[in-house]
Every structure is written in structure tokens, then in C-alpha cells.
Design a protein around this ligand. Structure first.
Ligand code: ADP
Ligand code: ADP
Ligand code: ZN
Ligand code: ZN
Length: 746
């Protein structure tokens, strides 16, 4: 068959330098290059964008109102696209009702299985759903947790009722609500709560509603007495009404979530829990670790049940294949990490039989230990072999080597990138003179001279999630890496145990910088004020003119650079403001210059260029910090909302470069980084340590592990098979430990 190609002509999205590109269809193409070089601009902002737009065009304008909006990417021509499926790291999200089982459609199949083959039958498949009134636990309505009054917040046990022991608003001494307690005759109002008998305390908190007589303006009046928690639940939790702002605040301050006492967190009602197949309830199966469930299911299903069980097994196999065997189906999707979310999405698509699609992945190796990368590779190959085109942005050498075709973007980032450096086979790539190939060819060395360690910080011992009663001991003032396969317990031990015991530790993660459309590197670093002052001093006018949030903003778009146009029966479209051409500034402001440049030209300048341009020491220092973390390619005015998770993390790091004596916790800081940028991050970490900080890094990247001072390796496996500490010590010695999979990969 003739090889077909996706063709792109003269693409100039973001930093792309008028590139032409041909990508073979039905193959795996991997995009490499330093971060900020333009890989995403090609794959997501050009290819996926145009594919989405073309698909939208096939719908009526009315239907399009309900679809995502795509504008035409800046390119002369893009031919031969297929429907794009973007499998990215956006969290799956969902709410407390969505679990791994509901998200992968395994729960509906299990429900079907139970509705046909369980003893006793309790109804149709709905009856086995915790999201359906007929299956849910009535107490928690299928959430598994309930909100209760936080007694520590609501009561001051050192006080008496007379002294105002009840801290809830509206219960102060003398108030009507207080009288119901103080004058009920149940309590000695001068006795401290901590001295109450168990019966008194239970009555105060948990008593069911009953009539009592209290005095009001010298008259006896009937009132209803009920325990404080009972009252709180009735007033604030069990109401169907919309909660008011103040009600919300009250809930936040005075309530806690606890496991539902009625179903013990299982979400189902008793009817469901006592309906079983071979002794297993649907909860027994969903709460089982996936690699266990996959062994159990075939043993308990009869031949008649096989067709349904097969559908479940296929999905389970895919989940285990991709390295998620340590999870169980009850895991709530909002608690999945970015990498885990991406792998779950991947499995959904693997179970579909569509062919001829274009699958687009964003660093699918994120969060995967080198041990599991080959499984990811197998899945990518399977997608291709089904007749799909697979496009992958990736930095991991073990993934790159499976490419049928490689596109390397460079040479550097931002305005210094945006060119195609290489296209061709992996073999030819290795002998190319590109930065990426140079790194792929180099041999790696283990840190033979780690910093000496003396003092340690040790957390409490914990059994949270899968931890086997272990504590984390971290040497002070050095660079420690926490390693182990996905699900081995790294995040639990570091973020849930250690960080809670050392609350002064500072977590620098990949969550978005709190930013709106108006924040950019200049505002984030705080140099915007100095820049405005430079302009106002040079021109003798007020500095507000040089802010698009102030008098300088373009009146037509309000300083946002875009306007929405609303055509009846057509999509609302965001288009560039025709007045300021997206520059956000009033046009007359552009006449004022500083060192020959207008404020708009300054905002378009890259951080690296701005370091050269500005003389002021404070501006230089802050911008240099951005350069140090590898963000020199950002323009001063680029909205922070366009930054990736890895870029956000490095932006936050830049703010910390001049501190000392802190404990930093970094979660996979190499995500999104090219091998050459990893060297950069290592420099930053070492600078932080040199300044007297302690740095703890959760990481799979072998280059980072090799260069650490101290390794804590968790394992041996994920989930129940993990949670032990296999090795603690300097990097060189880990090689002697055969049980450590990390050692095998070093
Ligand atoms: P990569 O995927 O190789 O890391 P990107 O394609 O994300 O690189 O970025 C290439 C360049 O385009 C960078 O300088 C980046 O800051 C810039 N860029 C990316 N997205 C936007 C955007 N929405 N608006 C303006 N500039 C952007
Ligand atoms: P790692 O960081 O090494 O990938 P984790 O600490 O995330 O490992 O997970 C360790 C174990 O704890 C896994 O079995 C995982 O499924 C479980 N786990 C992690 N977070 C949660 C959570 N929020 N709720 C329930 N189980 C969790
Ligand atoms: Zn319940
Ligand atoms: Zn405008």
C-alpha cells in the first residue's frame, strides 16, 4: 500500500518558523526537542487544533454551539488529517461519585454480571449502583463518607456552658439557642465540658429531638432540645436548599468528613452487600487490587457468565498492562495523578475498535518507573497496529527508541526554536548532529562523591494507604531522591506523612500558578512596576499609561487583547481585537519609548533578551532567576494561563532561588523537560542545597537519581505489594541491592 502523509505547509503558530512537515500515517511519530522548542505548537496547536476544527465543520451551526471552539491555526495548508483523539494529562476530574470503576465502564459490566448471576437476585443492574437510589447506602447516599460536626472546632472543652463552651455562631451565652441547652435541666451549666460524664456528653452532642421547657422573658416556653451534632446536621447538611455563602463558611469551619458508619465507606446498602457471586459481593470485587481481581474473576464466574466476564477481563488486562495493577476500582478519579489520568484515558481508547484515528499523547511516560515503560510502548504499538496514526511528544529515551519516525524541533526554545532539526528513522537520528541525539548517545555516570550526611529528619511511622509501618528519614542539607515504581507509596510517604510532620516544608508542584488572563512573567516576578516607572521617568508621563489594567488599556477590548463576537445562530468567537491587534494597549501609548522600544515591544521580548536590555539590577536579578530555571524563552507578556505544569513548577522554583534553611519537596520536576533541561534542573537543585536548603525530589528520571546525594527507594511493587523501604543510602551503593528495580535500571 502506498504510504500516506499528513502534510503541513508554512506553519507559524506560536514560535514556529514557517515550517513544512510531512508525517507518515499509520506509524508512531515521536516529537523531541528542548522544552519550549515548539513540539506542542506543532502537535496540539496546529495538528489537533485543525483536526478538531475540520470535524466541527461537519456539524450544523446549531450543533456547533455545543462543541468546543476551534479557530484555524496559522498555516497555509494542512492536508490529510484524521479524527484526532488527544490523550493528555489533564486530570480526569469528576466528583466523589466517579471512581476508576465508573470511569473505565467496568462497574456497569460488573453490575450486569451481578444482576444476572448473583445470589439472591435483588433487581436489575441499577440496583447494584451506588449512584442509584436503589443501590446506595441511604445514610451517605452512596458517597461512603458523611459530613459531621467537627467537635474540636465546635466545643471548647475547657469551658462551661455558662462560659460559652459552644463555639458555633449563634450559641453564645444568653442567646435563644444557648437556652435550649443551658436551661434544659440536663446539664450543670458551671461544669467544664471535659468533666462531663459519657452520658452527659452524648446527650449534649447526639440526643434525638425532644421537648423541653425553657424560660423566655420570665415565661415558660416549650422548646425542642436536640444534640448539637444532630441540630447542626439538620440545619446545615441535610437541607435540600442551596447553601448560602455564610452557610458554606460555617460548614467549612465546623464540619469534617468521616467514613460513613452505616456502610463503613462501602457506599452500597445492605441488600447489595449481601448479594454475592461465589461469596463475593460487588464491593468485594471493586475494592480488590486490580492485579488480584484479574486472577479472581475467572475463578468465580460460571461458563454462562463468560461473555460478560470477558469484557471486564479485557479492560482489566489493559489497566494492568499499563502499570495500574496496584489500584482498585473504588479509587476516586479526582485523586489520580496527571500521569495516572492519562493512562486511564488510554485504556478507554484501547477498548474501542475504531481504526484510522490519530492518537496524540503528551509525555505518556510521566509518572512511570523505567520498569513500566516497556508496557507503555506495547500499548502505543498496539494502537498503531490497529491502523491508527500515533503522535507522541516525549523526552524519555526508552520511549523515543520505538519511533517509526522522529521529528526533532529546535535548536533552542522560544524565538530561538521553532525549526525542524531532523526528520527520519531512529537509527539515522542517533547519528544526527542534534542536541537530542547527543544526549541519547552519551553514557551516564553515578554520583561517586555525594555530600556527607549527618543529621536526619524523621517522620512518624505510618500505615496510610499501602505503607507498611514505615517512616521517612531524610538527611538535612542535602539532595535526596525518592524512587520506586508507580504506586509504591512515594507520594503517600512524602506528601501525606513527611510533609504533615514537617509543615514548614515547601511543596513545589505542577499545579497552575494562581493566575488570570492578565498575569504574565513580568507581573509574576514583580518587575512590571519597575518597567512602568522606567517608561514614565523617560517620558515624563504617569506610569498608569503603561499598564493595560489601568489607563493604558485598549478601550475597545478592555486590555484583554481579544473580543468576543456573537453572531446569531453561529458560534461565539474570540477574535483578536481589531483596535490594538492583540497588544492590549491603547495605540497612543505606543509613541512613548524607553531605550527605543515601546511598551508593546517590551512585552513581546523574551526573558533572555530582557536581561540584556534592562540595566536596573532588581529587574535583572529577577529575570535571571527565570533564565536559571530554563524559562528564558518565555516572553514578558505571555499569559501564565498558557504555561504547562512543568513550566509552572519551574516558575515557582525561580522565586525560591535566594532562600536558605528551607525544606523543599519537588514532585517529578523533570516532567516536560528535555535531557538538556534536566541538567539545568539539577543545577538549580544543587544551588538550593548549596544555600543551605534540604531538597527532597520524587523522581523516575534516571539522570536525576544518579546525581543525588541520597536515595530512598520504595517497593518492591505497586499497591499492596509495595510500601516498604528497600534501600536508603548514597547512589553508588544501591547497585548492590538486587531487590530494587530502580537499581536494575541504573
Ligand atoms: P514545547 O512543546 O516544545 O515545550 P511549545 O510548543 O509549548 O514548546 O512552545 C513553543 C513556544 O511557544 C514557547 O516559547 C512558548 O512559550 C510559546 N507558546 C506556547 N503556547 C503559547 C501561547 N498560547 N501563546 C503564546 N506563546 C505560546
Ligand atoms: P507513588 O507515589 O509511588 O506512585 P502513591 O503514594 O500514589 O504511590 O500510592 C501508593 C498506594 O496508595 C497505591 O496503592 C495507591 O493506589 C494508593 N493511594 C494513593 N493515593 C490514594 C488516595 N487518595 N486514596 C486511596 N488510595 C490511594
Ligand atoms: Zn454509607
Ligand atoms: Zn484591544
Amino acid at each position: 500500500m502506498k504510504q500516506e502523509f499528513i502534510e503541513i505547509f508554512n506553519a507559524r503558530v506560536n514560535n514556529l518558523k514557517h515550517i513544512d512537515l510531512q508525517i507518515p500515517k499509520g506509524k508512531i511519530t515521536i516529537f523531541t526537542g528542548v522544552s519550549g522548542s515548539g513540539k506542542s505548537s506543532i502537535v496540539f496547536d496546529t495538528i489537533a487544533q485543525e483536526a478538531g476544527r475540520q470535524l466541527n465543520e461537519t456539524y450544523s451551526s446549531f450543533q456547533r454551539l455545543f462543541l468546543p471552539k476551534y479557530s484555524r491555526p496559522e498555516a497555509d495548508e494542512i492536508n490529510n488529517l484524521s479524527t484526532a483523539v488527544v490523550v493528555d494529562q489533564k486530570r480526569l476530574g469528576g466528583n466523589a461519585r466517579s471512581t476508576l470503576g465508573t470511569a473505565t465502564d467496568i462497574n456497569p459490566l460488573l453490575r450486569l454480571l451481578f444482576s444476572r448471576f448473583a445470589e439472591p437476585h435483588i433487581g436489575y443492574s441499577n440496583a447494584y449502583s451506588f449512584n442509584d437510589p436503589s443501590g446506595m447506602c441511604p445514610e451517605c447516599e452512596g458517597i461512603g463518607r458523611i459530613i459531621t460536626l467537627n467537635l474540636d472546632a465546635a466545643l471548647d472543652k475547657e469551658k462551661t456552658l455558662n462560659e460559652g463552651a459552644i463555639l458555633l455562631p449563634g450559641f453564645g451565652p444568653g442567646t435563644w439557642q444557648w437556652k435550649a441547652y443551658a436551661e434544659s435541666g440536663f446539664f450543670d451549666i458551671d461544669k467544664k465540658i471535659k468533666d462531663y460524664s459519657e452520658e452527659e456528653f452524648n446527650r449534649l452532642v447526639y440526643a434525638e429531638p425532644q421537648k423541653v421547657t425553657v424560660s423566655y422573658m420570665n415565661n415558660d416556653m416549650n422548646a425542642t432540645y436536640e444534640g448539637l451534632a444532630v441540630k447542626f446536621m439538620r440545619q446545615h447538611v441535610k437541607r435540600d436548599k442551596e447553601t448560602s455563602k455564610s452557610g458554606e463558611k460555617l460548614l467549612k469551619n465546623f464540619s469534617t468528613m468521616t467514613k460513613c458508619p452505616s456502610c463503613e465507606g462501602k457506599r452500597y446498602n445492605n441488600k447489595v452487600l449481601s448479594s454475592t457471586i461465589n461469596g463475593y459481593s460487588i464491593f468485594d470485587l471493586t475494592s480488590m487490587q486490580l492485579d488480584q481481581l484479574i486472577k479472581t474473576l475467572p475463578k468465580i464466574t460460571s461458563p454462562e457468565a463468560k461473555p460478560i466476564a470477558d469484557g471486564i477481563m479485557e479492560r482489566l488486562e489493559n489497566l494492568c498492562d499499563i502499570g495500574l495493577g496496584y489500584m482498585d476500582l473504588t479509587r476516586e478519579t479526582p485523586t489520580l495523578s496527571g500521569g495516572e489520568s492519562q493512562r486511564v484515558k488510554m485504556v478507554k481508547y484501547l477498548s474501542s475498535n475504531l481504526t484510522g484515528l490519530m492518537y496524540i499523547f503528551d509525555e505518556p511516560s510521566t509518572g512511570l518507573h523505567p520498569r513500566d515503560v516497556y508496557r507503555l510502548n506495547e500499548l502505543l504499538v498496539r494502537l498503531r497496529d490497529r491502523g491508527n496514526t500515533v503522535l507522541v511528544v516525549e523526552h524519555d529515551p526508552d520511549v523515543i527508541q520505538i519511533a517509526d519516525h522522529i521529528v526533532d524541533v529546535g535548536p533552542q526554545a522560544g524565538t530561538h526554536g521553532g525549526e525542524i532539526m531532523f526528520t527520519g528513522s531512529y537509527q539515522d537520528f542517533l547519528s544526527s548532529d542534534t542536541l537530542t541525539a547527543n544526549y541519547l548517545n552519551r553514557s551516564a555516570e553515578i554520583n561517586a562523591n555525594p555530600r556527607p550526611v549527618s543529621e536526619f529528619m524523621e517522620s512518624r511511622k505510618s500505615t496510610l494507604h499501602n505503607l507498611k509501618n514505615v517512616s521517612l528519614s531524610v538527611p538535612k542539607g542535602v539532595f535526596t531522591v525518592i524512587t520506586g515504581v508507580a504506586g509504591s507509596g512515594k507520594s503517600t510517604l512524602v506528601n501525606e506523612v513527611f510533609a504533615k510532620d514537617f509543615p514548614e516544608s515547601i511543596r513545589i508542584d505542577q499545579s497552575p500558578v494562581h493566575a488570570n488572563i492578565r498575569s504574565n512573567p513580568a507581573t509574576f516576578t514583580g518587575i512590571m512596576n519597575s518597567i512602568r516607572k522606567s517608561f514614565s521617568d523617560a517620558n515624563g508621563v504617569e506610569s498608569g499609561l503603561f499598564s493595560y489594567n489601568s489607563t493604558g488599556g485598549c478601550p475597545s477590548c478592555g486590555g484583554t487583547g481579544t473580543v468576543e463576537i456573537n453572531l446569531s445562530f453561529m458560534d461565539t468567537m474570540e477574535v483578536e481585537c481589531s483596535e490594538c491587534h492583540g497588544s492590549r494597549f491603547r495605540q497612543d501609548v505606543l509613541h512613548y519609548l524607553y531605550k527605543g522600544k515601546s511598551i508593546v515591544e517590551i512585552m513581546e521580548m523574551s526573558v533572555a533578551d530582557a536581561v540584556e536590555f534592562f540595566d536596573a539590577k532588581d529587574i535583572q536579578k529577577k529575570l535571571k532567576a527565570l533564565e536559571t530555571v530554563g524559562l528564558g524563552y518565555l516572553s514578558l507578556g505571555q499569559p501564565l494561563t498558557t504555561l504547562s505544569g512543568g513550566e509552572c513548577q519551574r516558575l515557582k522554583l525561580a522565586k525560591e532561588l535566594n532562600t536558605k534553611g528551607n525544606i523543599y519537596i519537588l514532585d517529578e520536576p523533570t516532567t516536560g523537560l528535555h535531557m538538556s533541561d534536566v541538567a539545568n534542573i539539577l543545577d538549580i537543585i544543587n544551588k538550593l542545597v548549596e544555600k543551605g536548603n534540604t531538597v527532597i525530589v520524587i523522581e523516575h528520571n534516571l539522570d536525576v537519581i544518579r546525581k543525588s546525594d541520597w536515595i530512598v527507594d520504595l517497593g518492591p511493587d505497586g499497591g499492596a505489594g509495595g510500601g516498604e523501604i528497600l534501600y536508603e543510602g548514597p547512589p553508588a551503593r544501591i547497585l548492590e541491592y538486587e531487590r530494587s528495580v530502580t537499581a536494575q535500571h541504573l
